[in-house]
Design a protein around this ligand. Structure first.
Ligand code: F6R
Length: 614
């Protein structure tokens, strides 16, 4: 939530920052703003409500000369999206400008204290308090900007990644982090800073991930310096980025979401590579062998996640219980953290997060670790907070996901959970080598099977036209198809704004069946698995009440084909591998319905890709 970017160097500061903001727009797009420090002692701040393109239009006739600058794209927390709540925020004397990603929890106390010292506030944000506090300390103590930032942050409770520039000090940017991501890019005589590496990957591959409680001092002509709030210097650990610029572009697709849906054969291939080897004979996921005792002896697994990642987690429960015979609980991280959980050192907690930055998931990890559990992370973004906070873990390796609605990350998470379950089953001896090899060989075929499913694209596009104006949808499934139903419903509601509910198909008769009529389409996920006969009855129950049905079935299905209004056939797969195959047509259906309605699928209203606030 919120993206920050900064630059100091000889390049075109405005262009670099605006391009960087576009890359970070997935993190929020309620408003955008830029602060440009001019070598001749001017500090210009321009900001507007709305997307980055609005900011560009606003800046057309402005003074854009600069040698350094910072910029921000906002997902509103404190104060509605408006010009004045947009970042950067000025200090009282307009000598400092600051951008912030996170939430200052004690902002009210600080604001009251600063007001008593004569500070006036121009916005409703928590952020403005921070810049005023820095200025207040700087003036009172006659100290440097770095010292004022350190002292101010000692008084702050909450989450932040900030960057501050000073009118009279155009050669320096001071940045700091606590629980919100911040990375510094080191170029040739230039520095970048951003919420993730995407704004600068085309300029440099050298990156330093700033840690909680650290302050980065970025100064023209000097090496990067990192200190703690107590002014103790930290080692600067330079990492090499593996990301490529083509991964950040649409590659001829109209939207990132469609590109990411179509990338899945390739991303799943990358996800499987090196983990299923010898034709499926060996399946191994990072972190399992190194922690053999933990995985062999654990009594229970708890999986924590949010949103789409929670749906993958629910599939993880089915997979691990089936294959490893370990009891598994699945918790929303936001509930888990406040539920006074009972956790012991015999538990393994698995945290799943595409971004690796979700605040609730991070908090859940800290609680579980504090209570002695072994915590394993599954993430997509290399170097993000969750991999650093967990004791072991693995990446899904599906490349940057930019569309706000998660698609390729979901299938990657499910794929990793499947391989993780097989690795644990192997260790605990709950599956025979033959059974593992059999499933392993099917896993190797998944990229091709997904490619086959994508051939349904044109049919789904036509089908979407029939249902574009439905006001409600039901998504039904049983067993492994139940989490797929939940995920299908979430995809539809988040990008088309149509109300959709995912439900276990057999639970319908306990209430929701009352909703069925000709106006309420049902999407029923009914592959040929051990519950097939059961779901056929559920399909009949919906049809008997006049409901329209779109069914996802296995190729060659004859029974449901004769009952449902529309069927989409997917290739046959072992039951535990069907979720990856059946979720793809649902992604396409949501995409086309949202497009038919003229919605911005890559930036749905009110949402942001990385939820770094509670
Ligand atoms: C939905 C979606 C969200 C995320 C959720 C968790 O398409 O993307 O529901 O799944 O915000 O995010 P991560 O996985 O980054 O922790």
């Amino acid at each position: 939530m919120c993206g920050i970017v900064g630059y100091i160097g000889n390049g075109n500061v405005y262009d670099i920052l605006i391009k960087g903001l576009h890359r970070l727009e997935y993190r929020g797009y309620d408003s955008a703003g830029i602060a440009l420090v001019n070598p001749n002692g001017r500090l210009n701040v321009y900001k507007t409500k709305g997307k980055v393109e609005n900011l560009e239009a606003f800046c057309q006739d402005k003074d854009l000369e600069a040698c350094a600058g910072i910029a921000h794209t906002r997902w509103a927390t404190h104060g509605e999206p408006s010009d004045c709540n947009a970042h950067p925020h000025f200090s009282e004397d307009r000598n400092l400008a600051l951008v912030h990603n996170g939430t200052i929890e004690n902002y009210k106390v600080l604001k009251d204290a600063l007001s008593q010292h004569g500070c006036t506030f121009h916005s409703e944000t928590d952020t403005e308090v921070l810049v005023q506090l820095i200025e207040y300390i700087k003036t009172k103590n006659s100290c440097s900007l770095v010292d004022a930032v350190r002292e101010a942050l000692k008084q702050v409770v909450g989450a932040y990644a900030i960057a501050v520039v000073e009118k009279d000090n155009p050669d320096q940017i001071v940045a700091a982090r606590m629980s919100s991501p911040l990375v510094v890019g080191i170029g040739q005589n230039e520095f970048f800073l951003a919420s993730d590496a995407t704004p600068f990957v085309e300029y440099t591959k050298e990156a330093v991930y700033i840690k909680d409680g650290e302050v980065a001092i970025i100064e023209r002509g000097k090496p990067l310096k990192v200190v703690s709030l107590e002014n103790k210097e930290s080692k600067v650990d330079v990492k090499t980025l593996e990301m490529s610029i083509s991964q950040l572009e649409k590659g001829g697709y109209p939207h990132f979401m469609l590109k990411e849906i179509f990338e899945q054969p390739h991303t799943l291939h990358d996800c499987i590579r090196g983990r299923v080897v010898d034709g499926g004979h060996r399946v191994m996921v990072n972190g399992v062998n190194d922690n053999k005792d933990k995985f062999k002896e654990c009594k229970r697994i708890i999986i924590v996640a949010c949103g789409t990642s929670w749906h993958a987690a629910l599939l993880g429960k089915y997979l691990i219980q089936d294959m490893c015979r370990i009891p598994v609980e699945v918790e929303y991280a936001s509930e888990f953290r406040y539920s006074n959980p009972v956790i012991t050192k015999d538990d393994i907690v698995i945290a799943i997060s595409q971004s690796g930055e979700t605040a609730d998931t991070l908090a859940a990890i800290k609680i579980a670790r504090g209570m002695g559990a072994f915590v394993y992370g599954i993430s997509n973004v290399v170097g993000s907070s969750i991999p650093r906070e967990t004791m072991s873990g693995t990446y899904i390796h599906v490349g940057p996901e930019i569309g706000v609605a998660s698609t390729k990350a979901f299938t990657g998470q499910v794929m990793v959970l499947t391989m993780l379950a097989l690795s644990i089953a192997n260790l605990r001896g709950t599956m025979t080598p033959e059974q593992i090899e059999e499933l392993g060989s099917h896993i190797l075929q998944i990229p091709d099977k997904v490619e086959q499913v994508l051939k349904l694209n044109n049919r789904i596009e036509r089908l979407s036209l029939i249902y574009t104006y439905a006001r409600n949808f039901l998504y039904l499934g049983r067993g492994y198809s139940y989490p797929v139903a939940l995920e299908g419903a979430l995809k539809l509601k988040e990008i088309s704004y149509i109300h959709a509910e995912g439900y276990p198909a057999a639970e319908m008769k306990h209430g929701p069946i009352a909703l069925i009529d000709a106006e309420m389409p049902s999407v029923i996920i009914a592959p040929n698995d051990h519950l097939y006969e059961k779901i056929v009855s559920n399909v009949q129950q919906v049809k008997a009440r006049g409901g329209n049905i779109i069914a996802i079935v296995t190729e060659g299905d004859t029974v449901i084909k004769n009952i449902a209004d529309h069927v989409l056939e997917v290739p046959e797969m072992p039951e535990c591998l069907t979720p990856i195959i059946t979720s793809v047509p649902l992604q396409l259906l949501s995409y086309y319905i949202a497009i038919n309605k003229g919605k911005n699928v890559d930036m749905p209203r009110n949402l942001a890709k990385s939820v770094t606030v509670e």
